[in-house]
Design a protein around this ligand. Structure first.
Ligand code: C2O
Length: 549
């Protein structure tokens, strides 16, 4: 591979959406941010220079970061933030991955405006396992608030109540014609008849899973989270925050100027976060040849159908269809031996409050999000630095519970043991351990699915189901042949998923709900993977420009 250099200047830029202008934090003044393009095997160097008042870190979401944990980016997990006037070079090699990923800020709620696509092409002369597309188009979904990001996060943290709803969803930064005062900010996909387009879908929204569709067209899913999948046809794609999905769009025979609506709308199983606004773009057929298109006829838009906002069956069926290319003869690389097993309850709960009403939830609120009833507290120095220099004292403890503090029983009604404690607790995994994690959604307060994202690994989704996970019966049904291999999985509302991964990447790896509001409330934890014995199984020392706290 070659080395690709990028310079990311973090600076403010005035951007107008929905008829209001606000100053936002951007990379190089662009919104959405610039695209990173590399081939499998390339090394990427991104020099980030911070010219704004906010502390910043960037994360290369889904990049495996094999022995390059210093470049992963979550604030206070792998690094201290890049402060005003400082610079840091993220240095990583893309190993064994090709497809679509994305980068985003990983501090506070800055990823509301700081995000962009990562396009990883296969190695030179290696074709796609599907028809070579005529064109490739990144499509990145986001959310737009009229208020500034600080106000939005403060609101979310202080209410301790329902999540705050954005003013618009966006396609490539554009809300589209269905919002007031937004028609000119519409994403247009110009296509020719009878060609194949590769759409690289990315959900960079903060708090919403999305349905995506194009009226009157069928899509073929070919890749998810930068792993090829067995192609399958669908008219609607479900994509959670943190997930990426490549789809092929085969255009039909249509006369020039024929248009179709492209649309994305939230899927949420909890009414609390239901927001029926729809971001739309326009698929526009062009002249087949170079004949300039002069007529600007406005044809009626064909409106697509999307599932109802709480269509959990659709969601489950969709995620079941995503299968790796493996088969019985060449099964997926799922760890067969489970050395470390975990059962995690994932959800919202109530924090303990003392007599004088000090609560352990974020900002002293009673509502907290947790895993195994532990609401994670962000340390004020980076865990990876503390781990590397053997100075965990006062930073973190290694007693993150492998099981919930009580026997969890999902009945649909709240049990009485939903109290949450807080702490900076981690799990230590020996190098090369086979790990299985059952994640059970509690649905105790609110009923939402949680897109759990793991840094530093892809995991295999070996099983999922509704109700209580049954340790006697369910493991027999696990798919060890062709499970999806991803970095983000939706833990279904009122259900569970089972994942497996091999702990072959030494470092400290964050795992959290990719709904930003839940991360802020504490739905997160970290894994420490120890070094292996051989030199090439150890995490190298930190780069000299790693920011200090
Ligand atoms: Cu895309 Cu830790 O996140």
């Amino acid at each position: 591979g070659i080395t690709r250099h990028y310079k990311f200047d973090i600076k403010l830029q005035n951007v107008t959406r929905l008829c209001q202008t606000k100053s936002i934090v951007t990379v190089n003044g662009q919104f959405p941010g610039p695209r990173i393009i590399a081939r499998e095997g390339d090394t990427v160097l991104v020099k980030v220079v911070n010219h704004v008042q906010n502390n910043v870190t960037l994360h290369w979401h889904g990049v495996r970061q094999l022995r390059s944990g210093w470049a992963d980016g979550p604030a206070y997990i792998t690094q201290c933030p890049i402060q005003t006037g400082q610079a840091y070079v993220y240095n990583f090699t893309i190993t064994g991955q090709r497809g679509t990923l994305f980068w985003h800020a990983h501090i506070s709620w800055l990823r509301a405006t700081l995000y962009g696509p990562i396009v990883i092409l296969p190695k030179r002369h290696v074709p796609y396992p599907f028809p070579q597309p005529h064109k490739e188009v990144p499509i990145i979904f986001g959310e737009w608030w009229k208020a500034d990001t600080e106000t939005v996060i403060n609101q979310a943290m202080q209410t301790g109540g329902g999540p705050n709803v954005s003013d618009a969803f966006t396609i490539n930064g554009l809300p589209g014609p269905l919002y007031n005062c937004s028609a000119k900010d519409t994403f247009r996909l110009k296509v020719k008849s009878g060609k194949t387009y590769l759409l690289r879908l990315i959900n960079a929204a903060l708090n919403d899973e999305l349905f995506f569709t194009i009226a009157n067209h069928t899509l073929t899913v070919v890749e998810a989270d930068a792993v090829y999948v067995k192609p399958f046809k669908t008219s609607i794609v479900l994509i959670t925050p943190g997930q990426t999905t490549n789809v092929l769009l085969k255009t039909k025979q249509h006369s020039p100027n024929t248009t179709f609506l492209i649309a994305a709308r939230p899927y949420a199983t909890g009414p609390a976060s239901f927001d029926n606004s729809t971001t739309a773009g326009i698929l526009e057929y062009q002249q087949p040849s170079s004949t300039p298109n002069t007529k600007k006829t406005k044809l009626p838009l064909l409106k697509p159908k999307l599932p109802f906002f709480n269509d959990t069956n659709f969601a489950t069926n969709f995620s079941n269809k995503v299968r790796s290319l493996a088969n019985k003869k060449f099964p997926a690389n799922v760890p067969r031996k489970v050395d470390k097993q975990f059962f995690f309850t994932v959800g919202l709960g109530l924090s303990q409050c003392s007599k004088n009403q000090t609560c352990q939830g974020p900002n002293n609120t009673r509502l907290a999000a947790s895993i195994n009833n532990v609401s994670f507290v962000q340390p004020n120095t980076a865990l990876l630095q503390a781990h590397f220099s053997n100075q965990s004292k006062g930073v973190y403890t290694t007693d993150f519970p492998a099981n919930p503090p009580f026997k969890f029983n999902y009945t649909g009604t709240p049990p009485n043991n939903i109290l949450v404690t807080s702490g900076t607790k981690v799990v230590v995994l020996p190098y090369k351990a086979g790990v299985e994690v059952i994640m059970q959604d509690t649905s105790i307060i609110g009923a939402e699915s949680h897109p759990l994202h793991l840094h530093g690994f892809n995991f295999f989704i070996v099983g999922q189901g509704f109700g209580n996970y049954n340790p006697k019966k369910d493991p027999a049904k696990f798919n060890l042949v062709d499970p999806a291999e991803r970095n983000t999985v939706g833990v279904p509302s009122g259900g569970w998923v089972a994942i497996r991964f091999l702990a072959d990447n030494p470092g400290v790896w964050f795992m959290h709900c990719h709904l930003e509001v839940h991360t802020s409330w504490g739905l997160k934890m970290a894994w420490i993977v120890t070094d292996g014995k051989r030199p090439n199984q150890k995490l190298p020392p930190p780069p000299s420009d790693l920011p200090k706290c």
